[in-house]
Design a protein around this ligand. Structure first.
Ligand SMILES: Cc1ncc(C[n+]2csc(CCOP(=O)(O)OP(=O)(O)O)c2C)c(N)n1
Ligand SMILES: [Mg+2]
Length: 577
């Protein structure tokens, strides 16, 4: 029997290092999954919602660096992939989406389930191809693979069922994937940078995900320059641990001395970061240099004194021997002292946690961090979970932290954790989920975890609220609206579905409940943690409009008869930071 186009597809994907394909089958995809079954090298992970599959794939692809495949069938199934693919684009995860397409003979006739993939995927996909002729297969599959892996993002192959099941041309399908090229600025630009660094009395570093490969070099440079190191959410896991100069994050989740450090230095080095909150970056009083391998990132968040294109590892390696060591450590010590005092402030609700009811999320997250293993992987839903992850879950050389940090979609954590539980068997994969997030996407596909007995720990922050939006609305000076809802007992729901369920209502039960969840290896666990719906967290630096907004919202709430809630919110957040 001659090879079909779909056979060639899976052969090439397996050669590219694909281990798994997440998705839902149906019509146009039937010949595609039939070929996957015949091939046998790639595991098919059937899910209950295509978007869940993509979030799982994103976490696997981001951490392993290997491409992961997702699939959805013509029309609605394909549409369900979209939000996840946007996440892949923003989080820089190599994903190849196979989109089922209508039969090639009826393309562009507005037939049932027809969707123009070029238009539809334009915002998300780095490369979209519609396979309408078997002769295209080698070229477009190669391009989809290489683009996903080397440009780190999603690509889409839209395949009509009749083309998937057509005979493949008899041609070689070999390809190679080049290792990432080394990229560093020219010698002239590096000399400029060395002069700027040598002339500055004080230097601060702000790093992002681009420091992933060059983390040791960045820390070495910081030590040589006596420079405090702040980081974006995406940079935290690479730059915080085993770094004596670490000063925390700035921005809305900010903690520690990062904000002050980058505003008080003579010179700021922004390394591998596209941190989007310009208002938290310094103005013209600080000289700013940005280095990034992506030229599109350079200078778009703030005006620069110097912008250089290069990867962080090789650029900082070239810089290290050329810059003069700084001897005055006063600036660094001041920022570290500030960071420590902020840390002590953060400990307020952790230390008092065992006696405060409803449970403070700070206490819950800190206890989770303490009990989890040294190589645990943590995932946070977009929502307040991100704040507690940033502030109370400590990273480490082998710990990993992930979320929808740049796309900021809800409902990512449970599928992210599921994807990593499959890719890294034996490692603790822990989702810190919002109750809004978990009921949006996590609940249906809990069944997927149950069927596979995948040991994912999902800790649900049960606050019966879109709490993050509640905080946002107050920050905007308006009365909270449309943010409250009622929940079932998630532990009982989980048990009824076949997972292990643990409900924690008492602060005194937090430690034992979490320990029991982490020790359970026989499938998924749902920890239903009833937390304080009025817990507030303010950034280490609050812009004036934030403070003004809260004051205004509180005043409006009082006037509209919500005095009780305002008093409770004030009382419960006495030590807020
Ligand atoms: C798909 C999607 N819909 C809406 C939003 C806007 N949004 C951001 S956070 C949030 C609330 C999250 O609520 P929940 O999951 O309960 O977490 P909490 O903040 O209460 O901890 C919403 C609605 C979003 N980011 N993504
Ligand atoms: Mg909530």
């Amino acid at each position: 029997m001659s090879k079909k186009v779909a056979d060639v597809l899976w052969e090439m994907l397996a050669k590219a290092g694909v281990k798994r394909c997440y998705g839902i089958v149906g019509d146009a995809l039937n010949p595609v999954v039939d070929a996957l079954r015949r091939n046998g090298a790639i595991e098919f992970v059937p899910v209950r919602h295509e978007e869940y599959g993509v979030f799982a794939a994103v976490a696997e692809a981001y951490f392993t660096g290997n491409p992961v495949v997702v699939c959805g069938t013509a029309g609605p199934g394909v549409v369900h992939l979209f939000n996840g693919l946007m996440d892949a684009r923003k989080e820089a995860a190599p994903i190849i989406a196979i989109a089922g397409d209508v039969e090639s003979s009826i393309i562009d006739t507005s037939t049932l389930e027809e969707l123009n993939p070029y238009k539809f995927f334009e915002a998300a996909s780095l490369y979209t191809a519609r396979l309408v002729n078997p002769e295209q297969a080698r070229a477009v599959i190669t391009t989809a693979i290489l683009t996903a892996v080397l440009e780190k993002g999603p690509t889409v192959l839209s395949i009509p069922g009749d083309v998937a099941s057509a005979d493949a041309p008899d041609q070689p399908t070999d390809f190679t994937i080049a290792a990432p090229a080394v990229l560093r600025p020219s010698d002239t630009d590096l000399e400029k940078l060395v002069r700027m660094i040598d002339e500055a009395k004080t230097v601060a570093i702000f790093g992002g995900d681009g420091c992933r490969e060059g983390r040791d070099e960045v820390v070495e440079l910081a030590c040589k320059l006596k420079a405090p190191v702040g980081y974006s959410f995406r940079g935290k896991q690479w730059l915080e641990h085993e770094n004596p100069n670490a000063v925390g994050m700035t921005g809305l989740m900010g903690y520690g001395g990062a904000y002050n450090a980058i505003h008080e230095a003579d010179l700021l080095l922004m390394l591998g970061t596209d941190f989007p909150f310009s208002e938290f970056l310094p103005g013209t009083s600080v000289k700013k240099v940005q280095i990034d391998k992506n030229p599109k990132h350079i200078g778009r968040r703030t005006a620069l004194d110097l912008g250089l294109v290069g990867d962080i590892k090789s650029t900082v390696s070239a810089l290290l021997p050329a810059v003069r060591e700084k001897t005055d450590g006063e600036f660094l010590e001041r920022q570290i002292a500030h960071t420590e005092s902020f840390h002590n402030l953060l400990q307020h609700y952790v230390e008092k946690g065992p006696t405060i009811k409803p449970i403070r999320p700070e206490f819950l997250a800190a206890t989770l961090s303490e009990l989890a293993s040294d190589d645990a992987m943590f995932f946070a839903d977009t929502g307040t979970a991100c704040i507690w992850l940033a502030r109370h879950i400590f990273g480490g050389k082998n710990r990993r932290l992930f979320g929808s940090f740049s796309w900021a979609s809800m409902a990512n954590a449970a599928p992210n954790a599921f994807g990593c539980a499959l890719a890294y068997p034996g490692r603790q994969c822990i989702a810190l989920s919002g109750d809004g997030g978990f009921t949006m996407l996590g609940m249906g596909d809990l069944l997927t975890q149950i069927e596979r007995r995948t040991p994912v720990v999902q800790v649900i922050l049960n606050n019966e609220k879109f709490d993050f939006v509640h905080i946002e609305q107050q920050e905007a000076g308006i009365i909270p609206f449309g943010v409250e809802f009622k929940n079932p007992n998630f532990a009982k729901v989980a048990e009824a579905m076949g997972a292990k369920g643990i409900r924690i209502e008492e602060p005194g039960d937090v430690r034992e409940g979490l320990a029991e969840a982490l020790a359970y290896k026989d499938g998924p666990v749902v920890v239903d943690a009833v937390v304080d719906p009025l817990a507030l967290a303010m950034p280490s630096h609050s812009p004036f409009h934030t403070v003004k907004g809260f004051t205004l919202s509180f005043a409006k709430q009082v006037l509209s008869g919500r005095l009780d809630t305002v008093i409770k919110e004030m009382e419960r957040n006495v030590g807020i930071v």
